[in-house]
Design a binder for this molecule. Structure first.
Ligand SMILES: Cc1cc2nc3c(=O)[nH]c(=O)nc-3n(C[C@H](O)[C@H](O)[C@H](O)COP(=O)(O)OP(=O)(O)OC[C@H]3O[C@@H](n4cnc5c(N)ncnc54)[C@H](O)[C@@H]3O)c2cc1C
Length: 386
């Protein structure tokens, strides 16, 4: 591995790739990082001012050890960068008893001993009067949940990786790669680079550089709107947790009002199927109005003036779990599609796992449930809509 000018080349410097660059460079490896777009761009999945981090993990209790490690690593990153990145605001998961969101969060909290409170509708209204809930709703309140600042997180990861000697090149897309002995050659429009290992962390574009694996992925365009609440004291961070609610119409997330950001709101469980290149960036008035109506149904007055809107990409697997794995034929190539709309909080530990897999071939973290082989075993692709 030490023969090549670079020990590891990383394609994609979004959340996952920048975290891998941080881990690898601080371990002393010679790192080359390549990204197709300018630093801080908004074409992928890691922009939008806020990202939820939580441990009472409704998607599966298997994620809890990983998210606990990521909390530790976000704090380490804060220390090393001297920047505040993770704000604990608390989080509340709402729905009728038995909904996947509330039941799943409760199961994870109990299994892993995560501090939480089970609240009925009356208690939720008493503690968070801005929330308007049907009587038969219940909630799980997680005091340790919080918000990350994605742009600041990625910037801190890139700055520290560069400080540890990583060579980071933006606006230089990787066009192709091939193995060469036990190393790899990475080709961009400008150059050919040799490295001992390759990390592919290109988010929604992953299918383009791993076409041979035919990963069962679907790209969703997701819309979030920042609304100015009608009253400042309506849903302020510090007083209110973020809220996720599951109803027959879907799963929605509302972020408490941060200074200058208003209330950010969006739907989580569906999006317009697209490709990264063709994703519609234009926002239509009726989209905003339907989100405003849904927000005001549960938080009357929160959906005031529109401050701004943003579109962003989810990379969805059929079971909504990540894919983190080594290439089945070329062990010197490792990759991550850690998204399905819930990957950011894990970036620091996914970066650690990618660094382990690239340099040691294994990782102490339990990731068997994230292997791509699960799709090839029982071809679970019918989960993807045609
Ligand atoms: C609206 C929205 C809200 C979300 N909310 C949350 C949340 O609250 N909590 C949470 O945990 N997660 C959340 N997520 C999910 C999370 O943001 C993503 O899982 C995460 O950002 C994915 O990071 P990534 O590094 O895989 O992708 P990206 O950050 O998109 O990085 C991929 C990079 O690869 C580059 N690239 C592409 N092709 C090439 C190429 N050929 N050569 C070189 N570089 C290339 C791109 O330019 C890009 O920078 C949300 C996502 C969205 C869209």
């Amino acid at each position: 591995m030490r023969g090549s000018p670079y020990d590891v080349a990383i394609a994609g410097l979004g959340a996952m790739g920048s975290a891998a660059a941080w881990h690898l460079s601080r371990r002393g490896y010679r790192v080359l990082g390549l990204d197709a777009y300018r630093r801080g761009h908004d074409r992928g999945s890691s922009h939008g001012r806020t990202r939820i981090i939580r441990q009472a993990y409704y998607e599966s209790p298997d994620y809890v050890p990983l998210v606990r490690r990521s909390y530790e690593l976000w704090r380490t990153l804060e220390e090393e960068s001297g920047r505040a990145l993770l704000t604990v605001t608390g989080g509340i998961y709402l729905g009728r008893a038995g909904t996947e969101l509330v039941a799943g969060a409760l199961a994870s909290a109990r299994e892993h001993g995560i501090p939480h409170e089970e609240l009925d509708a009356a208690e939720i209204r008493r503690r968070f009067p801005a929330l308007r809930l049907p009587d038969d709703f219940a909630g799980l309140y997680e005091p340790g949940a919080g918000l990350l600042d994605p742009e600041a997180c990625v910037a801190a990861l890139l700055d520290l990786a560069a400080a540890h000697g990583a060579e980071l090149r933006h606006e230089e897309p990787v066009r192709s790669w091939w193995v060469d002995g036990d190393g790899v050659v990475v080709e961009t429009e400008r150059e050919r680079y040799r490295a001992g290992r390759l990390v592919l962390a290109i988010g929604a574009w992953i299918g383009q550089l791993l076409a041979d694996l035919q990963l069962p992925l679907e790209i969703w365009r997701i819309l979030h709107v920042h609304f100015e609440p009608e009253r400042d004291d309506l849903f302020p961070a510090g007083r209110y947790p973020f809220a996720l609610w599951e109803i027959p119409e879907g799963i929605y997330s509302a972020f408490p009002a941060l200074p200058g950001q208003g209330v950010k709101f969006g739907r989580h469980d569906t999006g317009e199927i697209c490709t990264p290149e063709a994703a519609r960036r234009e926002v239509w008035p009726d989209e905003v109005e339907s989100l405003r109506a849904m927000l005001n149904r549960f938080l009357p007055g929160a959906g005031g003036q529109v401050l701004w809107t943003l579109t962003c990409l989810y990379t969805m697997t059929p079971d909504h779990h990540f894919i983190i794995d080594r290439h089945p034929q070329y062990p010197q190539v490792v990759y991550a599609s850690a998204c399905s709309g819930h990957g950011f909080k894990f970036a620091t530990v996914v970066g650690e796992i990618l660094a382990d897999l690239a340099t040691e071939g294994t990782t102490p973290h339990r990731i068997d449930f994230l292997s791509a082989a699960r799709f090839w075993r029982n071809d679970a692709r019918e989960g993807l809509r045609p």
